[in-house]
Write a protein that binds this ligand. Structure first.
Ligand code: NAP
Length: 249
């Protein structure tokens, strides 16, 4: 098993990509604590299903945009995992609309969860991560943060910020043997992309060399690689998982 007894915190594990990462990591022997914001029923169901298979999975409610929640998570991490080896900053939201119509609230909501929340929780979790034998931080960005996307000025800015944050922190923590990397998913089938009109999705598929929208498992597999010791010499990178849509030079 690739993650045997590794202690892992994953934000936003109640649905979509985060749920797939929780499942994949649990199968690989990790001890997982994941957060949800409002979807308690789904979170508890995931814990029940995975615990019945003998996996070590716990959940707790936490809003990553709230400082007190981030600080409270530290105690949950210590109580349930006894330390931390891997942090996956996955929780994210969209509030899409064209720039002229976008409100400050739509901007703030996205920045507070997708960028400020990542920064804030990572700062809190550095304490236990620094005590780990081999720490890993994985930030879920987006191809929107690389290419930009019309209707997503808030989201693209936040996700580009996550990539900059990843690079800066990788330089700070390299000497402490902590790897910091990002994943930039393309179009992945989740509730987030279910909000998009079919026409937009079909247009997007035409731009994807592999001619399909991604599955949450595609991202979970990339996260598994970055969480495992198979990626020990990789840091400060953004792994694009998008069927070939973006090919950085
Ligand atoms: P999703 O299906 O909408 O799920 C979002 C998850 O984040 C849920 O578990 C939700 O909890 C949690 N969450 C939302 N706001 C939160 C907050 N303030 N504090 C804590 N948890 C919060 O999203 P997804 O498609 O799986 O996306 C996961 C990540 O991948 C996001 O960062 C997203 O930006 C990124 N991404 C997704 C795609 C895509 O095509 N789907 C593409 C590129 C990047 P509740 O269930 O309790 O609400």
């Amino acid at each position: 098993m690739n993650l045997n007894q590794k202690r892992i915190l994953i934000t936003g594990g109640s649905r979509g990509i985060g749920k797939a990462i929780v499942e994949r990591f649990a199968e690989e022997g990790a001890h997982v604590l994941f957060t949800y914001k409002s979807n308690m029923a789904s979170a508890l169901d995931i814990v029940d299903v995975l615990s019945a298979k003998g996996y070590h999975v716990h959940t707790v409610k936490a809003d990553v945009s709230v400082e007190e929640d981030c600080k409270a998570l530290l105690k949950h991490v210590q109580d349930t995992l006894g330390g931390l080896d891997v942090l996956v900053n996955n929780a994210g939201i969209t509030r899409d609309t064209l720039m002229l119509r976008m409100t400050i609230n739509q901007y703030d909501d996205v920045m507070n969860t997708n960028l400020r929340g990542v920064w804030m929780l990572t700062q809190v979790m550095l304490k236990p991560l620094l005590k780990s034998e081999k720490g890993k931080i994985i930030n879920i960005s987006s191809v929107s943060g690389i290419l930009g996307n019309a209707g997503q000025t808030n989201y693209s800015a936040a996700k580009a910020g996550v990539i900059g944050f990843t690079k800066a922190l990788a330089r700070e923590l390299g000497g402490r043997d902590i790897n910091v990397n990002a994943i930039a998913p393309g179009f992945i089938k989740t509730e987030m992309t279910d909000q998009l009109p079919e026409e937009i999705l079909n247009q997007a598929i035409q731009q994807i060399p592999l001619k399909r929208i991604g599955d949450v498992k595609d991202i979970a597999n990339a996260a598994l690689f970055l969480a495992s010791n198979q990626s020990d010499y990789i840091t400060g990178q953004t792994l694009v998982v998008d069927g070939g849509m973006v090919m950085p030079s």
